[in-house]
Design a binder for this molecule. Structure first.
Ligand code: FAD
Ligand code: NAP
Ligand code: SF4
Length: 674
């Protein structure tokens, strides 16, 4: 299938973009220090070679008061221009185009110098902002124009002015934060004045042949956000003063509605961009959860937008566009929207990468070429660790056989992909299936491999990627027929009754609760159901698109208890950007979460336990054990005794705090060195 709309050039008058793909701004952590700019240049150059039409950097503050965190990325002075030239030169040499995002964090800044439209503190930063004086606002407007002029000096093709996601400009636009009664507040016209003046001053500073993207908050998802008329008026105003392109912003960071996590249906929010079409004449960009060329093409073909913004999908596969053009869309390493290695890292002040592509942001150090001498290598276990290792080893010229006892590749991902809201995990298996084929890995499924098999096979090197065994806690009654393991439930098709207790509230306990609390309907696959579940106005008319909208929660067919021994919040170890969604959606479905449990026994009556010292009986039909995992590496000793060279990766190496991010990265890194 071709993608004529996605690959169609876009003429902006003074310059032409080679296609309709915009790589949306994403902070990687490489922007903050000068020494990391060669890495940042390599990261963007690789995406330019992959034929992305236009890219946008992570946000640069125009003034120190607009920092995201102390000393984070900024563009305030001429001496800051030089390292950016590395980025722009590398991108241009690779035939790409790049804009610098100007981002003033306002009250989202994580430092004591934050300023905003008022002194209202945001729920996601401990720092109370100083309300800017009218003069202060004027000074701030000038800093945007100065940052844009410096961006031009640095060789950028344009800038993106960040007007959404609840940052500084957005804080002036919406009555949620702006309670001023001077020329910068009061009615909608005065609230949007700052956006207009920033874009106007920026245009004046950069001239007419420079791209200005304005990121407009089209769907705020907070009480006191803008209403539809205000959004249209704002779009017209920024167009009139010089915006070249209007990009879509979805949701303030403080919104309690998921906007990019994997349970958000693909292209869930493109309707809002479509609604703005016809109100302005500049190109409009649709965004959020568009992760395949098919979906992107459909959005464009339906006339919902003129361009598609993708950020994480291009972290996952820098060659996304080139593969789509070459008729190789099935070879794209699809972003599964897990946030685990990108946003979760950035929110913890760690450099971003990607769960499915550990080379993301490591382009200068994680590379491989042909092996010095080709070897015969066995990889045992076709879970994420084994798949990554086998395919990189084969790419390097080794003769690789990949074994798994299951009838399909994927290991635990075959359970993960069955969880409602985790359907994307299937894409990683589709990707690896194709890659195994292309790299010539010999795949042997459906047989438990023994040490003897491997010794007889005369493998020079053996990689054990045998994963884990579920932990069996010592609770009296573990053999009772009502006791099941998560594997029985997710893979074995075990019947689960209408009341169930889940022992263990880690990632898998939460996922099993999600699996058991779903009926026939799956809001992750259906935009209308998703909007009903989270209370979003499908017409996008009301303030913030949520004010006054009742939520319509999907029915839960079971009474579920989710239990852990430790006191405190359940799911504390879940992802920083997604844990709250799991907790909220399970609570909303009536799942009872109990900490401080001591499990006494399981019998016909149910699960007997003490909760914070008090005895309690949960009269449940089933008890599902999700109590963590132990490494599975029984082959290691025998193989080593037989003189084989053995390497352990993934769960077979360390099961504690194992996730697919570590499994894939460890498999890749080992294979790059053998
Ligand atoms: P595994 O995936 O366990 O694979 C090991 C493979 O080895 C298995 O296929 C097994 O059949 C095979 N094997 C073992 N012994 C032999 C033998 N002797 N012969 C032949 N084959 C053998 N992680 C995340 O990062 N994000 C998530 O959102 C996430 N969600 C999850 C949801 C669920 C429900 C589950 C169960 C797991 C989830 N995980 C998630 C965890 C993730 O899947 C694991 O961390 C990852 O699969 C570990 O990879 P691995 O390759 O080390 O082992
Ligand atoms: P886990 O996160 O380590 O959780 C294990 C749970 O079992 C904890 O709640 C623990 O809490 C409990 N537990 C441990 N030992 C126990 C015992 N002896 N008896 C009773 N309870 C016990 O492990 P997991 O849930 O099996 O997940 C495995 C890995 O997969 C995780 O490391 C996770 O990163 C990954 N995963 C990630 C996601 C995701 O969304 N990112 C989803 C699924 C899985 P108490 O000790 O307090 O009881
Ligand atoms: Fe996508 Fe997950 Fe990679 Fe982030 S870490 S880019 S969400 S696959």
């Amino acid at each position: 299938m071709g993608y004529p709309k996605l690959l169609e050039p876009l003429d902006l008058g003074f310059t032409t973009l080679k296609n309709r793909v915009l790589m949306g701004s994403m902070h990687t952590g490489l922007e903050d220090r000068r020494k990391d700019y060669p890495k940042l240049a390599a990261y963007f150059a690789e995406r330019a070679r992959g034929e992305v039409g236009l890219m946008v950097t992570g946000g640069m503050a125009p003034t120190w008061r607009g920092w995201l965190a102390p000393l984070s990325s900024s563009m305030m002075f001429r001496h800051q221009v030089k390292p950016h030239r590395l980025v722009t030169a590398a991108v241009h040499a690779a035939g790409g185009k790049i804009c610098m995002q100007i981002l003033h964090a306002g009250r989202y800044g994580y430092h004591p110098f934050v300023v905003s439209a008022s002194s209202k503190k945001s729920p996601i930063s401990p720092f109370k902002p100083k309300s800017l004086s009218a003069k202060g606002v004027e000074k701030h407007i000038k800093t945007f124009a100065r940052a844009a002029a410096l961006a031009r000096e640095a060789g950028y093709d344009g800038v993106e002015v960040m007007g959404s996601e609840g940052y500084f400009i957005n804080q002036f636009l919406a009555p949620r934060v702006n309670n001023r009664d001077d020329r910068w507040g009061g009615d909608a016209e005065r609230r949007r004045q700052i956006a207009e003046e920033i874009v106007g001053a920026t245009r004046e500073a950069v001239g007419s042949d420079f791209i200005i993207i304005y990121r407009l908050s089209m769907l705020e998802l907070v009480e006191g956000g803008s209403d539809w008329k205000e959004i249209v008026d704002q779009a017209r105003a920024v167009e009139a003063v010089g915006a070249t392109i209007i990009n879509t912003g979805i949701g303030w960071h403080e919104a309690r509605v998921p906007t990019i996590a994997t349970m958000v249906p693909r292209a869930a929010f493109t309707g809002v961009t479509a609604k703005l079409k016809g109100e302005v004449s500049v190109p409009l960009v649709a965004t959020n959860r568009i992760n395949t060329p098919e979906v992107a093409e459909r959005v464009l073909a339906d006339g919902e937008a003129d361009m598609i913004s993708m950020a994480r999908p291009l972290l996952a596969d820098p060659d996304f566009v080139r593969k789509a053009r070459d008729g190789q869309a099935d070879r794209i390493n699809t972003c599964i929207a897990c946030n685990q290695a990108c946003l979760d890292h950035v929110f913890k002040n760690r450099k971003a990468s990607c769960l499915v592509n550990p080379r993301a942001c490591a382009e200068t150090e994680l590379n491989w070429g042909p092996a010095r001498s080709a070897r015969k290598i066995a990889v045992v276990g076709a879970g994420p660790a084994g798949l990554a290792a086998a395919t990189v080893l084969a790419e390097r010229g080794h003769a690789v056989t990949l074994f798994d006892s299951a009838d399909e590749i994927g290991g635990q991902f075959n359970m993960a992909k069955r969880i409602p809201g985790k359907e994307e995990f299937f894409e990683t298996l589709r990707y690896f299936n194709g890659l195994l084929d292309r790299t010539g890995v010999k795949v042997q499924l459906g047989k438990v491999v023994s040490a003897d098999d491997l010794v007889e096979g005369r493998f020079e090197t053996i990689v054990l990627a045998t994963g884990v065994n579920p932990r069996r806690p010592e609770i009296p009654g573990m053999d009772h027929p009502k006791t099941l393991s998560y594997v029985d439930v997710l893979l074995g098709g075990a019947e689960v009754g209408p009341s169930v207790a889940i022992i263990g509230a880690g990632g898998i306990g939460f996922d099993v609760a999600e699996f058991l609390s779903h009926g026939e309907e799956n809001p992750s696959l259906d935009r209308d159901l998703f909007f009903k579940e989270w209370g979003i106005d499908p017409g996008f008319e009301v303030r913030g698109a949520i004010e006054g909208i009742e939520r319509d929660l999907p029915a839960n067919p079971r009474k579920i208890y989710l239990l852990q021994r430790s006191e405190g919040k359940l799911g504390a170890g879940l992802g920083k950007t997604t844990g709250w969604i799991h907790r909220k959606s399970l609570r909303d479905r009536g799942v009872e979460m109990v900490g401080g449990c001591r499990y006494l026994k399981i019998d016909d009556a149910g699960l007997h336990l003490e909760v914070s010292g008090e005895p309690r009986l949960l009269e449940v039909d089933n008890v599902v054990i999700c109590a963590g995992q132990e490494p599975r590496r029984e082959l290691q000793d025998e193989l080593e005794a037989a003189g084989c060279t053995v390497h352990l990766i993934g769960g077979a190496d360390v099961a504690a705090e194992l996730d697919a991010k570590r499994a894939i990265a460890q498999g890749t890194r080992l294979a790059a060195t053998l």
